[in-house]
Design a protein around this ligand. Structure first.
Ligand SMILES: [Mg+2]
Length: 436
């Protein structure tokens, strides 16, 4: 049977090609068959490990195999990952531990071993990198892969390469993954989440509009709770409603987000998989010991992080034009806000002032566990921070910052502390923390 013939699905366990529409593999009898009219045409994938931390712990202690396992606890007292058995009992990520144990008293609670998870995550990633150089990690346990043009290398189309990868991860690493295969990043990521664990979901171009229409707007990248509430107050709940609106109208109502809604609701997403994501922005972030809500507490941290980012930019002689603020709330919801500047900057003060503007809209009583600031749209620093004729104050601050840099260069990083960070030692110069 020829590979690539769209009338042939395949078995996800033994990879044998399947003719016809029988419910089980003619070779191994497995019911895990994959068929799709665009199966051999699509090459954009998203791979996500299933209940990653819990899966690693189960792998390392077979006694846990059939028990509900929760990774979490410690100082923060929330669930970091719950295995699928614990999830059946109603345990969810970010749930306070006492609630999780109410829902599932027999759960085995294990405190996270980040070093181990990072190590295993790297193993999975290097297996991905053996498939294609175009691997874009999103976190420790998930990544986008573009398998375009790899067919000759593997002797197999991308769909089969992915299925073989999933089997290999189970065998060699001892955990499971779910894969999404589509023609764009947005739908590949959506797809990988549809049939966890051990899922493999395909969303083709021909079905994209119909698939998206009944889905809630929160499925769209960047539509969080707050923005969903805004849409809801305008009577918009489903992606189908967005599909019927025109672009101009959406832009007038929601600015640049309107344009994103227009395109993504129609399954249009031309973002490329970029393997060196890290090099495209410079940022610093920190996770707090206790959640912070007030700007009095957050601003000094923002200042310290802005200085860190600026120091890195200056050291590398680069500058960034878009300032990105990142916040993670108590319930692990991520908020990223960005603002484009008229010119690239490498100044701590400009990064900080822009970050302040973004932060001021987010200090609404929400408790945050993580704050980050960074710049993207990087370029060399030749055209960075031109003297600002309009804003005399900002020019003064830029000059002052130059003077501070000289002093710090002479006497060390802590020789000069600005009013924002002075005396806020612990939070102002937080230890590097691992994001979960
Ligand atoms: Mg995962």
């Amino acid at each position: 049977m020829p590979v690539n013939d769209p009338s042939h699905g395949f078995c996800r366990d033994c990879l044998a090609l399947q003719r016809g529409s029988g419910p089980r593999c003619h070779g191994c009898g497995s019911p895990r068959l994959l068929r799709h009219p665009e199966l051999y045409k699509l090459h954009l994938a998203h791979i996500d490990c299933d209940a990653f931390y819990a899966a690693v712990e189960k792998r390392d202690n077979p006694e846990l195999k059939d028990k509900p396992v929760i990774i979490g606890g410690g100082k923060r007292g929330v669930v970091s990952t719950a295995c699928y058995i614990a999830r059946i009992h109603g345990v969810r990520s970010a749930m306070p531990m006492f609630k999780a144990l109410e829902a599932c008293p027999e759960a085995v609670v294990i405190s996270p071993d980040m070093e181990k998870y990072v190590r295993v995550g790297r193993e999975v990633r290097s297996m991905m990198q053996a498939l294609t150089p175009l691997v874009e990690p999103l976190s420790i346990d998930e990544a986008f892969l573009d398998l375009d043009g790899t067919e000759r290398l593997h002797g197999l189309p991308p769909a089969l390469v992915l299925a073989r990868f999933a089997v290999a991860v189970e065998k060699e690493i001892g955990i499971t993954v779910s894969a999404g295969l589509s023609y764009c990043k947005f739908l590949a990521k959506v797809a990988s989440d549809l049939r966890k664990p051990r899922g493999f979901t395909v969303i083709g171009e021909a079905e994209a509009l119909a698939f998206l229409a009944p889905q809630p707007v929160t499925m769209i990248w960047g539509v969080g709770k707050a923005f969903a509430a805004t849409l809801e107050s305008d009577g918009i709940r489903s992606i189908g409603q967005l599909q019927r609106m025109d672009r101009g109208d959406l832009m007038r109502r929601y600015g640049t987000m309107g344009s994103r809604l227009y395109h993504l609701s129609r399954g249009q997403d031309d973002r490329q998989v970029s393997p060196d994501q890290e090099a495209k922005s410079v940022s610093a972030e920190t996770t707090f010991d206790t959640d912070l809500a007030s700007s009095a507490e957050l601003v000094p941290v923002l200042r310290a992080l802005s200085e860190k980012v600026s120091a890195r930019l200056k050291k590398a002689n680069i500058a960034g034009r878009t300032v990105v603020l990142k916040l993670k709330s108590q319930d692990f919801k991520l908020r990223t806000r960005n603002r484009q500047l008229t010119d690239p900057t490498r100044l701590a003060d400009r990064i900080f002032q822009t970050g302040m503007q973004l932060l001021s809209k987010e200090t609404d009583g929400t408790k945050y566990r993580l704050l980050g600031i960074g710049v993207s749209d990087l370029s060399d620093d030749e055209r960075a921070d031109p003297p600002d004729l309009v804003d005399v104050q900002s020019r003064k601050r830029a000059l002052a910052e130059g003077a501070i840099d000289v002093l710090r260069g002479k006497f060390g990083k802590n020789a000069v502390e600005t009013g924002y960070t002075f005396g806020k030692g612990r939070n102002a110069h937080p230890p590097e923390a691992l994001d979960d």
